[in-house]
Design a protein around this ligand. Structure first.
Ligand SMILES: [Zn+2]
Length: 442
């Protein structure tokens, strides 16, 4: 029943089901009964190490063929649950009956690519004909398990089970020997926490140049553990600090009066700057600001911006809040967008393939909003983003210009922030530092 769309990740006969099934198999045959205990498989038993022989010794081949089989499948892009079930051998009517029940507690359209699903089948007792679809189960997130099972009357019912988890606020400390990434893994941080850390630090830290051996960090965040004490999920990061060449940087998570959640330094200044130095994700600099030989004109000329190597169609974000000042073809710049910000700052984006919907002169845009797409229009040798920052109409180096600061807390809000900061400092001093724990599953 293998199809191209579905990855069969392994087949295992399931612990309790196996045990129960074995107890009821053909008592009249006089063969020795398999004891329930021997057939029990720990739920955490690695799937890869399960083989058919685990379950069927020589004398038990016949029994094994009657055991319910559980197939572990992974959802692939474009799959629907009904297709997956039918492809695996469920009758279309039965697959739909099960899905109808599932829909009462979970929308199957929310299944993501990569989600694993266990599907159970019962082989027909006479060994002839197809196996009977018995149900399915999956864990849509770290806290829930959803299952649909066939009852004795043949109908399906769906159930959601919350996993018993323990919530704790923990602290991790690390020292950088080679890279921040390696130090983070060593300190027991998950990808979730590391991503937050990088995002917050990226406004102030150049990861390639600023980080040295011996630099250190601390993170204070929430973590969920399963019944065995294994970490299963990390949530919000409440505080983080990074010490670069002996100089500490501190960031506190704070929800401001308007409901916006942001990270602020000890003085209550937002980590976010009014302008982004890099207005696109995953961009690498291919040409810096300054004198260079122009790739098309061939002679030395001032490069008044930064080029970022990006594929055609990659989204470009507004570097800051502002108003669109120009959008359209602009000679060698090709399709060109300029946004006016406050305090005499403006940013420009050139060689665009297209503008985002609604981006035209006079329109307000906000920081991070997608405003255009990378292209190679105008005088350009290949797709890239040419990005300029202007102060009072003059281009400056986006990498070294002092970016205007973002939001600063003041008055009552600053008082509240200072209160929250004290509480966080106190709690963090008390929290035990986690060592390297088992890898956290996200
Ligand atoms: Zn350029």
């Amino acid at each position: 029943m293998e199809t191209g769309r579905i990855v069969r990740r392994g087949i295992l006969a399931f612990s309790l089901v196996v045990a129960v099934a074995l107890l009821f198999i053909d008592p009249g045959s006089g063969r020795r009964m398999q004891s329930a205990g021997a057939a029990l498989i720990d739920a955490d038993f690695p799937l890869s190490s399960l083989s058919a022989s685990t379950l069927s010794g020589d004398s038990q081949l016949e029994e094994a063929s009657l055991l319910p089989t559980v197939k572990l499948l992974a959802v692939e892009p474009g799959d629907t649950l009904a297709q997956i079930l039918v492809d695996e051998g469920a009758a279309s009517k039965e697959a739909h009956a099960a899905i109808e029940m599932l829909k009462k507690i979970y929308n199957p359209r929310d299944l993501r690519s990569g989600q694993e699903i266990e599907v159970t089948f019962q082989p027909s007792p006479d060994g002839l004909g197809g196996a009977r679809f018995m149900g399915l189960s999956f864990e849509p997130d770290y806290a829930r398990e959803i299952s649909v099972k066939r009852g004795e009357d043949g109908s399906f019912s769906a159930k959601e089970a919350k996993k018993p988890l323990k919530h704790e606020i923990v602290r991790a400390d690390g020292r950088i020997d080679s890279s921040l990434y390696e130090a983070a893994i060593k300190a027991g941080l998950s990808n979730n926490v590391l991503t937050t850390m990088v995002r917050v630090l990226s406004y102030d830290v150049d990861f390639q140049r600023d980080i040295q051996e011996g630099d250190s960090f601390s993170v204070f965040f929430e973590r969920w553990f399963d019944e065995k004490g294994q970490p299963v999920h990390d949530g919000d990061v409440f505080y983080l600090s990074m010490t670069l060449s002996g100089k500490p940087l501190h960031y506190y998570r704070f929800k401001a009066a308007d409901g916006l959640i942001d990270y602020f330094n000890q003085k209550g200044e937002s980590v976010k700057k009014a302008l982004l130095r890099t207005p696109a994700d995953g961009a690498r600099i291919t040409s810096k600001f300054g004198k260079r030989n122009h790739p098309i004109l061939g002679y030395s000329r001032m490069h008044k911006g930064i080029d970022f190597g990006l594929p055609t169609g990659a989204p470009i974000q507004a570097a800051g809040d502002g108003v669109v000042e120009m959008s359209g073809p602009n000679s060698g710049y090709g399709n060109y967008l300029r946004i006016r910000h406050t305090n005499g700052y403006a940013t420009a984006y050139a060689h665009l393939s297209a503008f985002a919907k609604g981006v035209r002169v006079g329109k307000r845009v906000s920081q991070g909003q997608i405003v255009a797409y990378v292209g190679s229009t105008g005088m350009s040798t290949g797709p890239h983003l040419h990005y300029e920052v202007m102060v009072n109409g003059k281009q400056v180096n986006p990498l070294s210009v002092r970016m205007p600061s973002g939001r600063k807390l003041a008055g009552k809000e600053l008082d509240q922030f200072n209160q929250a900061k004290l509480v966080t400092d106190k709690k963090m001093a008390e929290a035990p530092s986690i060592g390297k724990l088992a890898e956290t599953k996200q």
